[in-house]
Design a binder for this molecule. Sequence first.
Ligand code: SAM
Length: 232
Amino acid sequence: MNNKNSDYIPAFHFHWLTPWYDRFMDGCYPETRFKRSLIEQARLQPGQRVLDLGCGSATLTLMLKQAQPAAEVHGLDVDAKMLDLARRKARQAGADIILDLGTATRLPYGDNRFDRVFASLMLHHLKREDKRLALSEAWRVLKPGGELHVVDFGAPEGRGAYLVSLLIRWFEEIDDAIAGLLPRFTAEAGFEAVQETARYRTMSGTLRSYRARKPETRAEFSGLILNVRRWD
Ligand SMILES: C[S@@+](CC[C@H](N)C(=O)[O-])C[C@H]1O[C@@H](n2cnc3c(N)ncnc32)[C@H](O)[C@@H]1O
């Protein structure tokens, strides 16, 4: 089955490439580096509840559990085949993580449940409207003061990355990410203190990570929502 037959875009665009996902990520991307620094910026604490959106084969999910064994770590993905891979890896690692089948645009969790939500290379799989929906869902399931940590394609840095971006924008739903719109959509979903934290050059362009926070209280003045608080 290829992506034309599904209502989502699989990890490497075609289902038949899924078994090679980990090997390719490991060999061709600075995967450990950008996932580790995403975890570091989240400062996980014991007892926190953490969600990895579009967890794929659960590489980040497992790293989250390893970084903070006393956290309750969930991974969610829409692709049952990917989740099979993830479950196998979790079993082999003897890791106590919870893997859920579902879509980021309609999360199967109640309001204000999570302290941290992560999205690694997931948002560029969603159409613009679904990106906005997924960010609103992340906002809904986060507790007030909870944090969102994202790494995804961003505005290309340098001529090489720009040229690659002209090619890859034909694939998946990557246009908004390359145009640098993900932080803006995040703020528009109600998050405050949206801040870029790192950039990575890869063979398929520039990855950018950022963080954002759900306000402790939603400050509304005459219909305007303020998103101006900064990180301490
Ligand atoms: C490029 S992979 C990234 C996987 C993992 N987060 C990582 O960093 O290696 C994108 C993942 O998003 C998942 N995905 C696509 N659409 C989704 C949706 N609507 N809800 C949840 N997951 C989705 C795909 O199944 C795939 O596993």
